[in-house]
Design a protein around this ligand. Structure first.
Ligand SMILES: NC(=O)c1ccc[n+]([C@@H]2O[C@H](COP(=O)([O-])OP(=O)(O)OC[C@H]3O[C@@H](n4cnc5c(N)ncnc54)[C@H](OP(=O)(O)O)[C@@H]3O)[C@@H](O)[C@H]2O)c1
Length: 329
């Protein structure tokens, strides 16, 4: 165990549900401790997720854990020189099976310091080799948004090529991953967006069609991928065919929505909750990107020192794809 002074860090110093950026600080904090069985990763790139805004709003991060270094995703280099991608789900070392089902699991930046820093400490089994085909920035987009999308489509949704899937939202980190992964896997992907330009961009990257949020679709779909929540939930239940599936992993616009229970049983819908993904799924996702040439959509890349600009864009919804924060080697 070693405590090596201060490190550069982007962290939540305070929380405010209405003004999340007011508690964001860029500065220095004590370097995270590296317990036995853990490794230190020198972060080369990290990416922003809506999770980081939730933490600043006081959702999922108890105030008594502040100050907390933010960030779930990273790619970097270990002390012994290995180039790695970090799996953000930290489970109990004795837990066996899918880490996301460990009742004591947490994501980096919830209990343990996150990835927006010069270094991050993680259990040794939470690092995967970064294939040389992927840049650090590309690899840093995969562990949360892309892994979540991968599980939603292929594990939870069990979608086969040729199926039609509706993605609610077009511009978000998870939404763009759903479009890219779905199109690459031979699905017919439809998106909704509040912004026609984002819809067009989704079509340019492989979606078959884009619709205004809430619009009536030409036909019912086999599956809906939900991360928007209250604003789109009723539309999701109305858009899925009898016997179809709605997979939900987030509720950006709010958690309370009409459940329309009659639709769920009369139409024999499956509503499946989905969260992150296992280390094995991350390994397969990384491999899929390496061998197919599929790459995350990166909205912009900022030096970590300028993280505030990225948080502001995310809070305003002014994003198409992932915002990446980089560190110099
Ligand atoms: N369970 C998990 O493991 C997990 C993992 C990752 C993310 N999540 C959750 O999933 C959500 C998305 O995460 P993210 O990182 O992709 O966030 P993000 O990049 O900020 O994306 C937000 C998305 O929501 C859409 N949207 C926002 N407000 C909307 C509204 N009022 N009406 C319609 N669409 C709206 C946006 O679409 P347009 O701008 O195109 O309209 C965009 O696609 C977050 O709530 C996050 O916490 C959960």
């Amino acid at each position: 165990m070693a405590r090596l002074g201060q490190v550069f860090a982007v962290f939540a110093a305070r929380q405010d549900p209405d003004d999340p950026l007011s508690g964001l600080q860029v500065g220095e904090l004590p370097e995270p401790v590296v317990p036995d069985g853990w490794v230190r990763v020198h972060v080369r790139a990290a990416s922003l997720n809506h999770h980081d805004l939730w933490s600043l709003r006081g959702v999922g991060l108890p105030a008594d854990r502040l100050p907390m270094i933010l960030g779930c995703d990273a790619a970097g280099v270990t002390d012994d020189g290995r180039e790695v991608v970090v799996h953000a789900v930290i489970s109990d070392p004795d837990f066996r099976g899918d880490e996301t089902n460990d009742p004591r699991r947490s994501l980096l930046s919830e209990r343990h310091p996150g990835t927006f820093a010069a270094t991050v400490a993680v259990p040794a089994r939470n690092v995967l080799p970064k294939p040389p085909e992927l840049t650090f920035a590309e690899a840093a987009c995969l562990p949360t948004a892309w892994l979540t999308a991968y599980r939603m489509l292929f594990t939870a949704g069990r979608l086969a090529p040729g199926a039609t899937v509706l993605v609610q939202g077009a511009g978000g980190g998870v939404a763009t991953a759903l479009v890219a992964l779905g199109a690459a896997a031979g699905l017919r992907v439809w998106v909704t967006s509040r912004d026609a330009v984002k819809g067009e961009r989704a079509v340019a990257m492989g979606a078959a069609a884009a619709f205004e949020s809430g619009a009536r679709l030409p036909e019912r779909v086999d599956a809906v991928m939900e991360t928007v929540g209250a604003a789109t939930w009723e539309h999701s239940l109305r858009s899925v065919r009898p016997g179809g599936v709605v997979v939900i992993s987030g509720a950006t616009s709010g958690y309370r929505a009409s459940t329309e229970l009659n639709r769920v049983f009369f139409l024999q819908l499956q509503v499946i909750g989905s969260t992150m993904g296992s280390r094995d799924e991350l390994e397969r996702l990384v491999q899929m990107c390496a061998v197919t040439g599929l790459r995350p959509v990166i909205d912009r890349t900022l030096l970590m020192e300028h993280a505030r600009d990225g948080f502001a864009a995310l809070a305003e919804g002014d994003v198409f794809g992932k915002i990446v924060l980089t560190r110099q080697a």
